[in-house]
Design a protein around this ligand. Structure first.
Ligand code: IFM
Length: 473
């Protein structure tokens, strides 16, 4: 995810809402915390793991702030049992984590590495022993470098390699893991990885990024077929998209056009093929104007649109758009229609992202109406400049207010008929925030990177108590 250049809100000055039951969330509502492999595991050259595109990208001068990388991260690979105990202590029922493809298949294809899969085998057992349901994501941005060298996601073959990896991982863990997410936020993989170059592998080619979109979705569909074949009726299968809520800044037709264009490129380009089996015509036309054709082959859209049990939604902010530049023109220097973000004027997180909880309600209601797949919030949370106080607490009142507002927004969406079944806080603990390194802290648990000491923040305690009260405990 990218930051904006706008200043952050005054940090941790809000008055924290007390933990109490959130009305409108049913007893079987799923409560979780989420992480991803590269952001927390460390041990990047342990037990046969090979480099992923993020290991390589972090070594490019200037790619990541302060030249940081995931070599050590939160040492979760070594500290996993104590981290699982901490997760259980937060009172959540579900832990969403991702598997590192480079640990499981060090060459991106071929035989499974027993030591690599062994880590996830132990993690799953540890979770189940503590009564926490594992929710597994197969791909959270860390493509094995060898596959990038062979063409990466712009190459069709990567989709087939992904399906093989999915099948191999399921063969090892599918007897105990029921909840499978194929991809996390394919927009980020395609757009940030291959168009803007802000994320690994750092390529900057618009056409390649759009080919990556199709092959990521195809990889999802092929993997889904294999998982369905292997997993039977018990499997719960989904994909996670990062979705905002895009609105026109005014009812000027140019603003309406700009908001629709942003929504097309950011949301409908993924949702429409996944759920309706077709790419949106306006986006296809826009790509055509830019000389790009999606590399769709016969049968691909049927593969991509096989039914989903759940749609994972990662929500952080909402965006308004104008179709007019500040100088009054409606086309940019390259002659393309202007799509300009216009702030809502709301407080911002340390990422510069505006805090717009009602955007989550609107998004969920819209997803229900236009796509009709049950949803789970697989990520929601905020970075703030937290500090460990002298009394050993982390008084992150801004994060408590953020979580409270967004969980209430989920309850509001349910009241309007959206079938939202769970909420996972991003993130369990502070971790490697990609191109921003370790300075952006999203955790409800503080991590001291010198000592690796974990301290549950006030938001973590609030989350634990809110879950308990809402369940009626
Ligand atoms: O940290 C990321 C995560 O890996 C994917 N979703 C957004 C988070 C915050 O940027």
């Amino acid at each position: 995810m990218t930051a904006t250049s706008s200043p952050a809100v005054n940090q941790n000055t809000a008055t924290a809402p007390a933990a109490r039951a959130i009305p409108g969330l049913p007893a079987d509502f799923r409560w979780g915390v989420a992480t991803s492999a590269y952001q927390i595991e460390g041990a990047t050259d342990t037990d046969g793991r090979t480099p992923s595109i993020w290991d390589t990208f972090c070594r490019v001068p200037g790619a990541v702030e302060r030249g940081e990388n995931g070599d050590t991260a939160c040492e979760h690979y070594r500290r996993m049992p104590e981290d699982v105990a901490m997760i259980a202590g937060l009172g959540v029922d579900t832990y969403r984590f991702s598997v590192s493809w480079s640990r499981v298949q060090p060459h991106g294809s071929g035989p499974v590495n027993p030591a690599g899969i062994g880590f996830y085998d132990r993690l799953v057992d540890e979770l189940l022993e503590r009564g926490v349901t594992p929710w597994l994501t197969l791909y959270h941005w860390d493509l094995p470098q060898e596959l990038e060298d062979a063409g990466g996601w712009p190459a069709r073959d990567t989709a087939y390699r992904f399906a093989d990896y999915a099948e191999a991982t399921h063969a090892a863990l599918g007897d105990r893991v029921r909840h499978w997410t194929t991809l996390n936020e394919p927009w980020c993989s395609a757009w940030l990885g291959y168009h803007t170059g802000e994320h690994a592998p750092g390529r900057k080619d618009f056409g390649d990024s759009m080919h990556a979109v199709h092959h990521l979705l195809l990889g999802h569909g092929l993997a889904a077929q294999r998982l369905r074949e292997a997993g039977g009726a018990d499997l719960e299968l989904g994909i996670t998209l990062n979705l905002g809520h895009s609105t026109p800044a005014t009812d000027d037709p140019e603003d309406v056009r700009a908001a629709r264009s942003a929504d097309g490129m950011g949301s409908r380009l993924y949702l429409d093929p996944l759920v309706h089996g077709r790419y949106p015509e306006d986006v296809v036309a826009e790509l055509g104007d830019r000389g790009v054709t999606l590399p769709v082959q016969d049968g691909d859209l049927e593969t991509i649109s096989a039914p989903l049990d759940v749609l994972g939604v990662n929500y952080y902010s909402a965006h308004q758009y104008s179709g007019t530049a500040e100088d009054g023109s409606t086309t940019d220097a390259e002659g393309r229609p202007v799509v300009r973000g216009v702030p809502h004027g709301r407080p911002r997180t340390a990422m510069g992202w505006e805090i717009v909880p009602e955007g989550l309600t609107r998004l969920l209601v819209r997803l229900e109406r236009e796509y009709g797949v049950p949803t789970v919030i697989t990520e929601n949370g905020a970075a703030f400049d937290d500090e460990l106080a002298e009394d050993g607490t982390v008084p992150d009142t801004d994060r408590v207010a953020y979580l409270d507002g967004h969980i209430r927004a989920v309850a509001d969406a349910r009241a309007e008929g959206a079938d939202v079944r769970g909420y996972f806080a991003w993130s369990l603990m502070d971790n490697f925030e990609w191109a921003f390194g370790y300075q952006k802290r999203f955790g409800i648990v503080h991590v001291d990177y010198e000592t690796q000491q974990r301290t549950v923040k006030d938001s973590g305690l609030w989350y634990r108590d809110t879950i308990r009260h809402t369940r009626g405990g």
